[in-house]
Design a protein around this ligand. Structure first.
Ligand SMILES: [Zn+2]
Length: 476
């Protein structure tokens, strides 16, 4: 049995080999090794070497006891002449530290078993450098958490890649990135900084938006826009646009009113009813939600006698509903159409004042254009049916062009014709259900663009949200 001992600045090591002969063949095998870190308090190299000799002695005894093999001879190899000198001298002459260790070594080994070896041949030398490698730490342990938290704070709760790199230089922690991520989630400071409000879930759509298989303009949103200046003779006068939107198929109808007084509005709505039929319900805004509208329009709508207006149009078959104040989102669907109309009007008039006739013509043109806008996705290939438009429900096709057929007043033909038109209308409604309805009922996407189920803000998140709000206000 050959035991090699050595010590360095960082650690001490002892290794035990067995050399055995069988049928004339010599074999060597490493059977045990032990390393120790050099204590933090100062220890001279000779004393470290002596400590290594003690470790080697203990290891050799353990190996001897645990093997049933008969060991014929033992060799202890040490590259320190100091240690060998101490072992050979009277140990009572030395300090307590040296004396105690020399005694322990000589209690279980013979002095003749100790030999000197050149440093470069001493295989225990490798063991003394073990401690230069990173310290292995388990990923889920309080010490690991403290070490990582220290690095995390040292790098100002940011610079994640740098933190991972620096930790890796000193420590070997399995699943380091995941452990760091978990630690960041636990860090209260990071949670305060990174909190962002979760968009609340969209409310259910109103019944009017989902009223399939009903006549166009059954549920009508009423909105106003303007004023638009027109030239009448040599004078400049103001006109107002009254926009009626079918909330179900999003078709629109525009009337021009010469003022926004109650009788003018009633007249415009009567014109609409005469041409599009009586709606089941009118929906309008009290004027408190007109955020983007001009001051003049806002004042005009506010001055409108809404009571008289709703009385005029509330009958057994028609009702009038006002959106509650401070709910601009309720009229959102038709307010977007107002924007579209205004944009188109600016494009057509090009900042020129039109005459009454020109204005009416322009608005009718816009009505036609917007009623042929696709409600569903425009297909890319030619084979798919074209996108559904409001005009499909109003005119039977997107631009109202239908194949010309000769009319026959035969009762059978009329009945069949009526059935064909019903089938056509139903086909449009089926497409509306299949393609359009899923689009509008789809919940608004979250910030990440994933259709993740959105939650409302939880009470316990409020302090964090307020904190982030405060931070952003302070930055401003
Ligand atoms: Zn942090």
């Amino acid at each position: 049995m050959h035991t090699f001992v050595d010590a360095g600045e960082n650690g001490m090591a002892a290794v035990v080999y067995l050399r055995f002969e069988e049928d004339g063949l010599v074999e060597c095998a490493l059977v045990g090794a032990k390393t120790r870190v050099t204590p933090l308090r100062y220890l001279s190299i000779p004393r470290s070497e002596l400590q290594a000799a003690v470790i080697g002695t203990r290891l050799a005894n353990t190996v001897t006891k645990s093997f049933s093999l008969r060991i014929s001879q033992r060799y202890f190899w040490c590259d320190s002449r100091n240690v060998l000198c101490w072992l050979r001298s009277d140990h009572r002459r030395y300090s307590q530290y040296v004396a105690a260790r020399v005694r322990e070594v000589l209690d279980t080994t013979e002095i003749d078993e100790w030999h000197w070896i050149q440093s470069e041949w001493n295989v225990a030398d490798d063991g003394t450098n073990d401690e230069k490698y990173p310290i292995i730490l388990p990923d889920d342990h309080p010490v690991t958490h403290l070490v990582l938290a220290d690095f995390h704070e040292r790098y100002h709760h940011r610079n994640y890649a740098t933190v991972a790199n620096e930790v890796r230089r000193r420590f070997c922690i399995p699943r380091l990135r995941r452990t760091l991520r978990k630690m960041r989630h636990r860090c209260q400071w990071c949670r305060n900084c990174d909190v962002s409000p979760v968009p609340p879930e969209m409310a259910e759509l109103p019944q009017a938006r989902l009223a399939a298989f009903s006549r166009p303009f059954s549920h009508v949103g009423v909105d106003f826009f303007g004023p638009i200046e027109v030239i009448v003779g040599r004078k400049v006068e103001k006109r107002w646009g009254v926009l009626m939107t079918c909330l179900t198929i999003r078709a629109l109808h525009i009337e021009v009113a010469s003022s926004l007084n109650t009788s003018s509005c009633i007249m415009a709505l009567n014109n609409f009813i005469a041409r599009r039929g009586t709606p089941v319900c009118f929906y309008s805004d009290r004027g408190t939600n007109f955020i983007g509208a001009s001051k003049e329009l806002r004042e005009a709508v506010r001055a409108l006698d809404k009571h008289q207006l709703s009385k005029e149009f509330t009958t057994a078959s028609t009702s009038w509903r006002f959106n509650p104040p401070a709910t601009p989102h309720m009229g959102g669907s038709w307010e977007r159409l107002v924007q579209l109309v205004k944009r188109n009007l600016t494009e057509i008039l090009r900042s020129r004042r039109p005459t009454d006739e020109e204005l009416r013509s322009a608005l009718t043109l816009i009505e036609g254009v917007l009623n042929s806008r696709p409600l569903t996705e425009v297909p890319v290939d030619n084979e798919s049916e074209p996108a559904l438009t409001p005009n499909h429900f109003l005119l039977g096709s997107s631009d109202g062009s239908k194949p010309f057929t000769l009319c026959d007043d035969n009762v059978q033909t009329v009945r069949r014709g009526w059935q064909v038109s019903q089938v056509m209308a139903n086909a449009f409604w089926k497409r509306w259900l299949r393609n359009y309805l899923p689009e509008i009922t789809k919940r608004s996407k979250s910030k990440t663009g994933i259709d993740a189920p959105l939650q409302g803000v939880e009470v316990r998140e409020l302090p964090l949200l307020l904190y982030s709000l405060m931070c952003s206000v302070c930055r401003i």
